[in-house]
Write a protein that binds this ligand. Structure first.
Ligand code: PLP
Length: 398
């Protein structure tokens, strides 16, 4: 679908590592190029036309994001460098100040490092306890399992909407309903979901949401922190400096600007925000429903083909997203990836930053295929042809 939009298609690679980052369409590249070619200036600084144009494009990108996730207000959209920074701001700028020793945060063992390590840090500094939601037989989080670990001390549940190794879609709406009835905040890591499925923060009643531009056809180094306005108002800026202050004097009196600028100190990633806005326009033009449908069908095809190969063990046969993790019997995951690379097929191998998931699935490393709307059946056929013959893999590994 829409393959002609992507200059990277001319390289001849088969790119199946979209969970790591996606390719960028010309539409996005042109928007970024246009900023640097035709109206380079800083944002929020100038009184001249060029800078005003930058302001207007930068703030327009915020409006695009707001509409995309159906936030209530543009003040709820903070540009960050990505999911990782967004989650760190939530942990350190909000929860660090309100959590007390003995409070509990629930995560799962299939979370990405970015949704684990900031909480580990709070455990150290604030004396809070980290608890893990037990996963079911398919390695999924269910509300019933969550209820098993929720106690009166539970203050936060922080989960990926879709995980990056198992690819399961968590029942966020059910979770927020139960959590809010019990005064528990819900943080959602949307890194692997926002690019693939329609997300409505109001309908899901999410308290905080984090996602990255580069996994959704946008540039690297830009992402979003969404928070309900009444919560974001209490987030302490982790960066202090230009742009975010109204005034200060020589006796330490600092007056900060209102949201969203208060949480965006320094020169922002202007090209990033403009590129992300363009990426969202591009995805919306195709349609998120169409994207999800294509990925679902392609996943089905991929899984059916992989399961015909006896020496392949699929870790997440029953998942909801375009992420398929597997191993080739007796062959190290990295060796499989290096073998496929010889044929210009890009897949990811390793623990995929979900380093404690091995406790649940019993294997440390896997080969991961993560598809996007521009992948095709023909690409999957080429992959399958190369994986079919185990002797060929063994011979060519040497
Ligand atoms: N969360 C999940 C589920 C991810 O898959 C990733 C990246 O792979 C991240 C968080 C971190 O995203 P970023 O590196 O863009 O900050």
């Amino acid at each position: 679908m829409n393959r002609e939009d992507f200059p990277m298609m001319n390289t001849g690679y088969i790119y199946l590592d979209n969970g790591a980052t996606t390719w960028k369409p010309k539409y996005v590249l042109d928007k970024i190029n246009n900023y640097y070619t035709n109206y380079t200036a800083n944002a929020h600084r100038g009184d001249y036309d060029l800078s005003l144009k930058v302001d207007s494009e930068y703030e327009n990108a915020r409006d695009i994001v707001k509409e995309f996730i159906n936030a209530n207000s543009r003040k709820e959209i903070i540009f960050t460098s990505g999911t990782t920074e967004s989650l760190n701001i939530i942990a350190n700028g909000f929860f660090k100040e309100i959590l007390e020793p003995g409070d509990e945060i629930i995560i799962s063992e299939s979370e990405h490092a970015s949704n684990i390590l900031p909480w580990f840090n709070l455990a150290k500094t604030n004396g809070i306890n980290i608890k893990y939601c037990p996963l079911d037989d398919n390695h999924y989080v269910t509300l019933n399992n969550l209820k098993k670990v929720i106690t009166k001390n539970t203050k936060v549940i922080s989960l990926a909407h879709i995980t990056n190794v198992i690819g399961d879609l968590r029942p966020i709406k059910e979770i927020t309903e139960f959590a809010h009835a019990n005064n528990i905040f819900v943080v959602v890591d949307g890194a692997q979901s926002i690019p693939h499925i329609k997300t409505d923060v109001k309908d899901l009643d999410i308290d905080f949401l984090a996602f990255s531009g580069h996994k959704m056809c946008g540039p690297t180094g830009i992402g979003v922190l969404y928070g309900k306005l009444e919560l974001l108002e209490h987030v302490t800026p982790q960066n202090l400096g230009g742009g975010m202050n109204e005034s200060f004097d020589n006796v330490n009196e600092v007056y900060l600007k209102s949201l969203p600028t208060r949480l965006e100190a320094g020169t922002p990633n202007i090209e990033g925000a403009i590129g992300l806005g363009a990426a969202i326009e591009y995805l919306q033009n195709i349609g998120l429903d169409k994207i999800s449908e294509h990925e679902k069908n392609l996943r089905k095809y991929l899984v059916s083909k992989l399961s015909e190969i006896k020496h392949i063990d699929i870790i997440n046969e029953e998942s909801d997203s375009g992420v398929v993790s597997f191993n080739v019997d007796g062959i190290f995951a990295q060796d499989v990836a290096v073998y496929l690379n010889k044929y210009k097929i890009c897949v990811r191998a390793g623990s995929h930053c979900a380093k404690i998931l091995k406790n649940e699935v019993g294997v440390k490393n896997t080969v991961r295929i993560s598809i996007y709307f521009y992948n095709t059946k023909e690409e999957i056929d080429k992959l399958i042809e190369l994986l079919k013959d185990k002797n060929k893999i063994l011979n060519e590994m040497l």
